[in-house]
Design a protein around this ligand. Structure first.
Ligand SMILES: Cc1ncc(COP(=O)(O)O)c(C=O)c1O
Length: 287
């Protein structure tokens, strides 16, 4: 069986899956999305992602396409049809299809829904996490509502490409005060020179990462010292360890920033332990 996608109420072959040319997600990036990590065929951090989806839709006044319970059934069915055990599932909800006009269609049209799922190679993910990866820094140039998870990701695309061309895996945006906001597709963390875990507070213009939230809970449980306070690339350069978090990477240690080593330039014990803890917790609580 080949890959299958869910598109506006139907399961279709992935190779033939398509949306209308006047879908507002396609023409205007008028759409939001969510990504869940999948362990054992179940969705990691499910309630957090459902809550953020509801919030993103609400902020943009896009109607929820179905109830959470119905959505869960469709997400699970997409996983089943793709035989995904460990992997990722992607959901996009857009304002719908209408003749191109910036303002909302009036009367409103049915929201568009697309779901895709893919397996991931957990062994390869572990191998990469064991070695760590590099980040580069890029100027923050995104809009002022990065708390909404929209598909308008062009600055993130360009940042990620800059990272790729520099032999790194992630790009960290740096704001006008010289402080890291977040990664192109992840939240940014350091363990500073005093041994304090630091990540930027969510009052700032960043995505409220669900993985980040779960980790904050685990860190509190472990009695680790955490401050939700921004850091500069220089502080990251002096840090003991650094890492990124997100549904795609889970927790991935960072060992270089702009080509220079962080700490000993190797994966440190705290990031390694936190990755294990997160994966155990995500597996245990997956729905
Ligand atoms: C810009 C950005 N920040 C942070 C994250 C991490 O969020 P989450 O942990 O909910 O996946 C993502 C994930 O895709 C992202 O795109």
């Amino acid at each position: 069986m080949g890959r299958v996608a869910y598109v506006n109420g139907r399961f279709v072959r992935h190779s033939e899956a398509a949306v209308h040319i006047e879908d507002r997600g396609y023409q205007l990036a008028d759409a939001v999305y969510e990504v869940w990590a999948v362990f054992g065929g179940r969705l990691a951090d499910a309630p957090g992602h459902f809550a953020r989806l509801k919030r993103s839709l609400g902020e943009l006044r896009i109607a929820a396409p179905m109830s959470d319970a119905a959505l869960m059934i469709v997400l699970k069915e997409t996983l089943r049809r793709n035989r995904v055990v460990d992997g990722q599932i992607y959901l996009q909800v857009g304002r719908g299809v209408a003749a191109r006009d910036h303002a909302f269609p009036n009367p409103p049209v049915a929201p568009s829904v697309v779901i895709t799922a893919k397996p991931i190679d957990l062994a390869a993910s572990e191998a990469r996490a064991a070695v760590g990866v590099g980040v580069v820094t890029v100027p923050e140039n995104r809009w002022g509502r990065c708390d909404i998870k929209t598909v308008g990701l062009l600055p993130n695309v360009l940042a990620k490409q800059a990272a790729r061309e520099a032999g790194a895996v992630e790009a960290w945006f740096v704001d006008e005060l010289g402080l890291v906001t977040e990664g192109a597709s992840s939240n940014a963390w350091i363990i500073d020179e005093h041994g304090v875990l630091r990540t930027r507070d969510v009052q700032a213009n960043i995505l409220r990462g669900i993985t980040r939230g779960t980790l904050l809970g685990l860190m509190a449980r472990e009695g680790l010292k955490v401050e939700e306070r921004p850091f500069s690339p220089e502080e990251a350069g002096r840090a003991r360890e650094a890492f990124i978090t997100g549904a795609g990477t889970l927790l991935l240690p960072i060992v270089r920033i702009d080509g220079r080593p962080i700490g000993a330039g190797k994966v440190g014990p705290v990031a390694k332990r936190l990755r294990q803890l997160y994966i155990e917790e995500a597996r245990r609580t997956a729905l």
